[in-house]
Design a protein around this ligand. Structure first.
Ligand code: 3IO
Length: 333
């Protein structure tokens, strides 16, 4: 009997204690873009906070640049336990995130801070089925998207046939404007630009610096149409295995991390623009009111398009959209 308990102790670490108390816990965190980019900057900030707040009981191993999981297999990989934690962009897998892609619609978010907060609140209110099998650790968005290109885009006619890289709703936006969207995740974009497969891209402007796109794109056109939504997710079994005190640390960080990332993103866009002008003489084009209104008009059908698709997948689209508008006006008066 005593021997049996002894063996038990060896196997499970300590008698009567939960296995998690056996020693330090290491969690593997996968990310798809290069370490210089905002999804990875927020990952390193989260790692530091978790290690500090758990007094080193938890250590986070970070894998930027798709070294553990890539842009399109993040959700599946985390569900299968190939990584404990992963950062994904909902725009890369059309149809997989029918509810939270509401945040991609061209509804005039002025900043990542606002859009990130709205996405977080919508998640809390509607507990979307698309994340039911994972634990959500943070939700945020890119800053509003703009055109970065080799040739200037000054009016809607300049879009005609122009090959621009985007993803998800951003590709639908370009399509409505008469451009030729080429959809691919961010990490594939440098090669597409260098080879001339695309003439530019639509994303948030901090990538001019973080991905060095300023070297290839001498023009920026301010459009601020919409944003790309992101989620940080954790394998449910891995979360359930954690000591309750560690679970609380992660839970307490969800809103804080989401808000931190939005703010960082907005500030970093300004740094990137200043750097791009100074380093490469990038020209920023501001569309006149009329052109911008004309473009906005063309994008209106995208809202109905999202509603139909979301409804098809069992989302209460009217309610989600109504909440999005109300939250937007609360956080962006
Ligand atoms: C993005 C994705 C990876 C790294 C930096 C980034 N900045 C904005 C995005 C948004 C996005 O997912 C995209 O593909 O444009």
């Amino acid at each position: 009997m005593i021997l049996a308990i002894g063996v038990c102790c060896l196997v499970f670490g300590c008698l009567g204690a939960s296995p998690a108390l056996a020693g330090p816990i290491t969690l593997r965190y996968a990310n798809f873009p290069p370490a210089s980019t905002f999804p990875c900057v927020q990952m390193e900030r989260w790692k530091k906070e978790v290690e500090k707040r758990t007094d080193g009981q938890v250590s986070i191993e970070t894998y930027p640049g798709g070294t553990l999981l890539g842009a399109k297999n993040m959700l599946r990989g985390v569900m299968k336990g190939q990584a404990d934690i992963g950062c994904l962009c909902m725009s890369y897998q059309p149809g997989v995130f029918p509810m939270t892609t509401v945040a991609e619609l061209p509804v005039g978010f002025a900043s990542s801070a606002v859009a990130s907060r709205v996405l977080y609140e919508l998640y809390r209110m509607h507990t979307p089925k698309e994340f039911a099998k994972v634990k959500v650790l943070a939700l945020f968005t890119s800053a509003p998207t703009n055109i970065m290109s080799r040739v200037p885009v000054r009016s809607i006619t300049d879009f005609t046939g122009l090959e621009l890289r985007a993803s998800g709703m951003a590709s639908r936006v370009l399509d409505r404007l008469g451009a030729t969207p080429v959809s691919m995740p961010m990490p594939e974009t440098p090669e597409a630009l260098q080879k001339g497969l695309v003439k530019g891209l639509m994303s948030s402007l901090e990538v001019m610096q973080d991905m060095n796109f300023a070297e290839y794109c001498p023009y920026v056109t301010r459009t601020d149409f919409q944003v790309y939504p992101f989620a940080v997710i954790m394998n449910k079994r891995a979360f359930d295995r954690l000591p309750v005190a560690v679970q609380k640390v992660l839970d307490d960080l969800i809103l804080e991390q989401s808000v931190w990332t939005g703010r960082y993103m907005d500030e970093h866009v300004l740094d990137s623009l200043a750097w791009s002008q100074k380093t490469y003489g990038v020209e920023t084009i501001t569309l006149d009111r009329e052109q911008h209104a004309l473009m906005q008009e063309k994008l209106a059908p995208l809202i109905e398009e999202w509603k139909a698709k979301a409804t098809d997948k069992g989302v209460d689209a009217e309610a989600v959209l109504a909440d999005l508008y109300r939250l937007r006006d609360t956080y962006q008066p």
